[in-house]
Design a protein around this ligand. Structure first.
Ligand code: SAM
Ligand code: SF4
Ligand code: F3S
Length: 438
């Protein structure tokens, strides 16, 4: 039975920004029940592990964390602690979690976690892994925010079925929230001072929500609608798929000054042969075409990507094509991973390549990406750039924000800069950040 006295909830988030968003919603769901957040497992009455299944390492980490929590539970004799596994491991492994980790009390998937308070209260059901996107969003709670920048989930799920990826199975099919629901969530954040929204979706540019006239609209329309909020100064979106990068969205980068000139557009590999085996449904040439159109509309746009190295069948020549593409596109940042065979995906059955080869390729790619990022950051020294400051740094009077190109920028000031947009001169750069002098 959930008591309404002061109780504590601890939520640990693994994986992507969508999970960060979901973790915030889970905390919000328990607030009316009298729960406040704690950063310590020892203090918690409910522990929620909001998990990620994307690579083997991420999924296995959950089980070692469960083991550690279980030990604490025995040591403190705190059998009252309720242990919940949520997120993509919950969806993918479901009932099996009970066998591997009998101490887990409840399992909820990413599209059914709104039922968690009732599941704990009624205590008659171990698992809810249904795909209830519509019902979920209707039952979530959106509280005010103490941040300058907030994530807003606008799209969920994926219909692309890349051969390596678990997301279509863990998050379900593509679903878009209606415009009015998104607007009212953003209005709450504006009321508490939020100035930037980052629109989230596994394939955010596949957004096709309904407007108030029940007409299906695309991401560009949604962005333009959100830009009408005077207090929203900046809009970003992630993650996009090249196949859904349509003309209206490319145009929005030129016509909407609130849309930031930064785009995370994963390509995964520079080899058509591998792209085909990955079932990406686009070629390198098509990707270049999108980049060309974007740069025609917004020449300064900064591009980012994800890469998988060591996909089954990737030869040295395929990998060289990836390295070549990174240089040609001049990505300013990118995330790269060794292929991890995931059960249930088509690529799981393919012959995995040697780990030492994967490691060597990852290291070469990451050095190149780091060098490009360093050079990109260096090119701003001596110039001014517009920054939205959103938090305090570790040092006294230090403030940190994001440039329009999504770089981290720090500076010192006696005035409180949080929530201000400043055009700041850059005096120094590192691989990962810029330093400004006010
Ligand atoms: N929807 C996005 C897209 O289309 O690229 C992001 C999906 S996923 C959450 C983030 C990244 O994880 C992917 O872009 C891919 O690079 C990586 N990833 C997914 N499955 C993987 C696997 N089995 N092994 C290694 N990396 C993987
Ligand atoms: Fe995964 Fe591909 Fe869907 Fe991205 S587009 S979530 S990589 S299946
Ligand atoms: Fe992981 Fe699920 Fe996100 S698998 S990356 S938490 S969509």
């Amino acid at each position: 039975m959930l008591k309404t006295s002061s109780k504590k909830i601890y939520v640990k988030t693994y994986g992507c920004q969508m999970n960060v968003y979901d973790s915030n919603r889970i905390k919000n769901l328990f607030e009316p029940k009298g729960y406040t957040e704690t950063a310590s497992v020892e203090e918690a009455d409910i522990v929620v592990l909001n998990t990620c299944h994307i690579r083997e390492k991420a999924a296995e980490k959950v089980y070692s964390d469960i083991g550690r929590i279980a030990k604490k539970r025995n040591k403190n004799n705190s059998s009252k602690l309720t242990l919940v596994v949520a997120g993509c491991v919950a969806q993918a492994e479901g009932e099996e979690i009970k066998n591997r980790a009998p101490l887990v009390d409840f399992v909820v998937g990413p599209q059914s976690y709104h039922t968690l308070p009732a599941m704990i209260e009624d205590n008659d059901k171990f698992i809810n892994d249904e795909f209830l996107q519509n019902e979920k969003f209707k039952n979530l709670l959106f509280k005010s925010s103490d941040k300058v920048s907030e994530f807003v989930s606008v799209q969920e799920g994926c219909d692309k079925f890349c051969s390596f990826c678990v997301v279509p199975y863990t998050r379900g099919s593509e679903f878009s929230r209606p415009v009015q629901d998104i607007q009212s969530e953003i209005q709450q954040y504006i009321d508490s001072g939020v100035q930037e929204v980052i629109l989230l979706g596994q394939n955010v540019n596949a957004y096709h929500g309904k407007n108030k006239n029940d007409k299906s609209i695309d991401l560009a329309y949604l962005i333009n609608t959100i830009a009408e909020f005077e207090n929203i100064k900046r809009i970003r979106y992630m993650t996009s798929h090249p196949r859904d990068m349509d003309e209206s969205l490319i145009d929005a980068h030129a016509s909407n000054p609130k849309l930031m000139p930064f785009l995370h557009l994963p390509i995964q590999s520079g080899s058509d042969h591998i792209l085909k085996k990955m079932n990406r449904k686009h070629t390198k040439k098509q990707y270049f075409k999108i980049v060309e159109k974007l740069k025609n509309k917004r020449p300064d746009i900064a591009l980012s990507s994800d890469f998988i190295v060591g996909f089954p069948g990737e030869t040295d020549e395929d990998f060289d094509l990836t390295m070549q593409l990174v240089k040609e596109i001049e990505f300013v940042i990118a995330y790269s991973f060794m292929f991890s065979p995931r059960p249930g995906t088509p690529a799981f059955k393919l012959k995995d390549i040697d780990t030492s080869i994967k490691k060597a390729r990852l290291s070469a790619l990451q050095s190149l990406l780091k060098e490009q990022q360093r050079n990109y950051n260096k090119s701003f020294v001596g110039k001014n750039i517009e920054v939205l400051f959103d938090r305090k740094g570790r040092h006294a009077n230090q403030y940190i924000g994001r440039s329009i190109y999504n770089q981290s920028v720090f500076t010192s000031s006696k005035d409180n800069l949080i929530g201000t947009i400043q055009d700041v001169p850059i005096i120094h750069s590192t691989n990962f950040a810029l330093e400004a002098m006010l």
